[in-house]
Design a protein around this ligand. Structure first.
Ligand SMILES: [Zn+2]
Length: 94
């Protein structure tokens, strides 16, 4: 029997405390759909504008999403961010 370790974390979206498997990103089950929606919005914007160099604040302004939410997705490896230029790009090369 596998021994999964859970820890009490605060959801990055709604701030609610919930039990999450250790090492997984802190998005509570209620907010997974929202996280996915935000992820798709950013991915569409970035991949539809390949010639436009957008940083986190550009994306936040255009989509009306909080910068911290975008940073959260970047920190969790859902997007690449060029550290030198600060330009955001879609992780999937599609
Ligand atoms: Zn939540």
């Amino acid at each position: 029997m596998e021994d999964q370790r859970f820890e009490l974390v605060k959801c990055a979206f709604c701030g609610k405390a919930f039990a999450q498997e250790a090492g997984k990103r802190p998005t509570c089950p209620d907010c997974l759909a929202e996280e996915d929606a935000v992820y798709r919005k950013i991915r569409n914007l970035v991949s539809n504008n390949p010639d436009r160099r957008m940083n986190v604040s550009d994306v936040a302004r255009i989509l009306g999403i909080e910068e911290r939410t975008i940073n959260y997705l970047i920190e969790n490896g859902m997007f690449n961010l060029s550290l030198r230029s600060g330009v955001i790009s879609s992780r999937l090369g599609d």
